[in-house]
Design a protein around this ligand. Structure first.
Ligand SMILES: C[S@@+](CC[C@H](N)C(=O)[O-])C[C@H]1O[C@@H](n2cnc3c(N)ncnc32)[C@H](O)[C@@H]1O
Length: 187
C-alpha cells in the first residue's frame, strides 16, 4: 500500500486477509457491484454473498457484472435497505458472518438524492455487529462532501467510539476526502 492507493482498494485488501472460501459475507451497499464482485471472488463457489441496495437499477447492473465473471451463483441481491439485514438473512447465519462492507453516500452517475442516511446506517451497523462472527470485520467507507454526508460521518464516528470503549478494535485510514474504518468484532 502507498499513499495513493484508493481507499476502496485498501478496504478490499484488508478484508481479503479475513474472508476465507466458504464464508458468508454482506455487501451492505451494492451500487455498481465492484465490492460485490470482490466478495464473490473471496468466498468462492461454496460461500455466500448477500447484497443490499435500495436501487433496482444498481442491482441489475451488478447482476450483469457477476454473470460476466461467472460469479452470480453464490450471490443473493436484495432490493431492500441494509437496515433490514436481520429480517433478510437466514437465522443460521446469525453470528457467522465473516465481513460486512459499507460504501456510504450516493452512487456515482446516479440520482444524488438517493444516499445512505444516518438512522438506517446506524441500524445496519448494529445488526451487522450482532451477525458477525467473533473476529469478523466491518469495513466502512464514509464520505463527507455531499449534502448530509458530514452528519452521517459524525453519526458513524460516534457509533464507532461507543463500541471502541466496549472493546471493538477500529483502524482509521483518513484522507482529505473520504475516511475508511475497519472495525473488528472482539474474539
Ligand atoms: C457509494 S454507492 C456504493 C458503491 C458500491 N460499493 C460499488 O462498488 O459500486 C452507495 C449505494 O448505497 C445505496 N443505498 C442507499 N441507501 C441504502 C440503504 N438503506 N440500504 C442499502 N443500500 C443503500 C445507494 O443506492 C448506492 O447504490
Amino acid at each position: 500500500m502507498n499513499r495513493h492507493t484508493p481507499l476502496t482498494t485498501i478496504a478490499q485488501q484488508r478484508l481479503a486477509a479475513v474472508i476465507k472460501p466458504g464464508d458468508a459475507v454482506v455487501d451492505a451497499t451494492v451500487g455498481n457491484g465492484h465490492d460485490t464482485l470482490f466478495l464473490a471472488r473471496q468466498v468462492g463457489a461454496t460461500g455466500q454473498v448477500w447484497g443490499f441496495d435500495v436501487q433496482a437499477r444498481a442491482l441489475a447492473a451488478t447482476r450483469e457484472l457477476l454473470q460476466t465473471h461467472g460469479l452470480a451463483a453464490s450471490v443473493r441481491l436484495l432490493n431492500t435497505g441494509h437496515q433490514d439485514l436481520a429480517r433478510s438473512l437466514p437465522a443460521s447465519l446469525d453470528g457467522r458472518l465473516a465481513a460486512v462492507m459499507f460504501n456510504l453516500g450516493y452512487l456515482p452517475g446516479s440520482d444524488k438524492r438517493i444516499t445512505t442516511q444516518p438512522v438506517t446506517t446506524i441500524a445496519a451497523l448494529d445488526a451487522s455487529l450482532g451477525w458477525l462472527r467473533p473476529g469478523g470485520v466491518i469495513s466502512l467507507l464514509v464520505y463527507r462532501g455531499h449534502h448530509g454526508g458530514q452528519h452521517e460521518a459524525d453519526a458513524v464516528l460516534a457509533w464507532l467510539q461507543a463500541h471502541t470503549a466496549a472493546g471493538m478494535q477500529v483502524e482509521t485510514i483518513p484522507s482529505p476526502g473520504p475516511v475508511l474504518y475497519l472495525a473488528g468484532k472482539p474474539r
